[in-house]
Design a protein around this ligand. Structure first.
Ligand SMILES: NC(=O)c1ccc[n+]([C@@H]2O[C@H](COP(=O)([O-])OP(=O)(O)OC[C@H]3O[C@@H](n4cnc5c(N)ncnc54)[C@H](O)[C@@H]3O)[C@@H](O)[C@H]2O)c1
Length: 363
């Protein structure tokens, strides 16, 4: 590449980007902190319905709007971050796309497949990108695990087992909306795991699941158990509960969230015909001998990876999508497949059936 082209590319990566934030609660403020690390990215407006969010906007010296519509139509913006509760994701995203803005929408992208299809159609019609906030995809340890599995380092993938078991604090459930099914651990937490399972192990073909409500007695589930078959023939199991104190979860394994002291215990085990991988601490297990069977010593090796702030990487990626120099690493179609697999957990538990995911939702 010649000097002029190089210069153009550097300029493209640094051109200023102006964003609007819809919803300045817990995760909205996490985005604001990530953006502080990037002088080329500015949040030019915050839209929220609460007085607390207005105080947040004041603290950051950002103009505040009481509706997303008024902000979108008052400001020159390149893109929007949608960080409202999930039931408002579709309306805020569609409003932004109709105004020609690219969107970074929090996970889960939506709570229904109909809403997912609407977002995909409106994004296409308005030639805008949608990036979905599955931030775990940006960690180097995720990339390493994906390479190890997909490049055959543990041989042919045969099975994977994982868990997410934590106990949320009781006051978390004070707001009524948190007691409802849309705010339960399947749509809030399992959706992250399913997205990573798809990203690392491949698309999911079918799911059987059971859910339990025996601890809190709310509409939302206390626990879920699932069995999966992947498109590549591998099998998987996963256990989830937000009522079980334990060291086995992504958050405690990685220390991603400063509010939860880390344990560095693993959450998943991935097994192939040539070896196995503990995840996310990336311990690779292989027998000495050839073939690597049970007669030989099994050795462990720690695969190195560096830890970076995924929210900063995500916002850099979003800015580069807006600049036209990168494509979304998880777009609305891909996120719809994650939502479809997550919703299949509810469907299977309710019907007592195995749910085969439609091709439409896995491509
Ligand atoms: N990526 C992650 O790891 C992660 C972590 C936490 C939350 N989330 C997701 O982010 C979303 C928000 O979660 P949260 O924990 O920040 O919730 P929150 O309740 O802390 O914040 C939501 C904010 O949106 C505002 N709001 C509600 N309705 C609105 C509307 N119609 N227009 C504008 N603002 C509105 C609320 O007043 C509040 O300030 C959820 O979808 C959640 O699943 C993602």
């Amino acid at each position: 590449m010649g000097k002029i082209q190089d210069g153009k590319k550097i300029n493209a990566y640094m051109s200023p980007i102006r964003l609007g934030l819809i919803g300045a609660g817990v995760i909205g403020q996490r985005h604001l902190r990530a953006i502080e690390a990037r002088p080329d990215i500015t949040v030019a407006g915050v839209a929220d319905i609460s007085a607390t969010a207005e105080e947040v906007a004041e603290r950051y010296s950002i103009p505040f709007y009481s509706t997303a519509k008024s902000m979108i139509h008052s400001l020159q913006l390149d893109g929007m971050i949608v960080a409202t509760p999930t039931e408002h994701h579709a309306s805020a995203t569609i409003e932004s796309l109709l105004a020609g803005r690219h969107v970074l929408v929090e996970k889960p992208m939506v709570g229904t497949l109909e809403e997912a299809k609407q977002i995909i159609d409106v994004a296409r019609e308005n030639q805008c990108h949608v990036l979905v906030g599955h931030q775990r995809r940006y960690y180097e340890l995720t990339t390493r695990a994906r390479e190890i599995v997909q490049q055959g380092e543990i041989g042919q993938l045969v099975c994977v087992t994982g868990q997410w078991n934590m106990r949320k604090h009781d006051s978390y459930y004070d707001p009524d909306w948190r007691k409802q099914w849309r705010a339960g651990p399947i749509l809030t937490n399992l959706v992250h795991e399913i997205d990573l399972l798809r990203y690392i192990c491949g698309d999911i073909h079918s799911i059987s699941a059971e859910t339990a409500h025996s601890v809190q007695g709310f509409e939302k589930e206390d626990a879920a158990a699932m069995i999966m078959r992947f498109e590549n023939g591998a099998l998987g199991t996963f256990l989830l509960s937000d009522q079980t104190p334990s060291p086995w979860s992504w958050e405690l394994a990685t220390g991603e969230n400063a509010a939860f002291p880390p344990t560095s215990q693993n959450a998943w085990r991935i097994m192939g015909t040539m070896g196995a991988l503990d995840f996310p601490n990336l311990t690779l297990w292989k027998h000495h001998g050839t073939p690597p069977d049970w007669r030989y010593q099994i050795d462990r090796r720690r695969v190195q990876s560096t830890w970076q702030d995924a929210y900063i990487r995500q916002i850099e990626h979003f800015a580069n999508i807006i600049r036209g120099v990168e494509e979304p690493c998880i777009d609305a179609e891909d996120a719809m497949a994650t939502v479809a697999a997550t919703l299949a957990v509810f469907e299977s538990a309710a019907q007592g059936n195995r749910i085969v995911l439609s091709r439409e939702a896995v491509v």
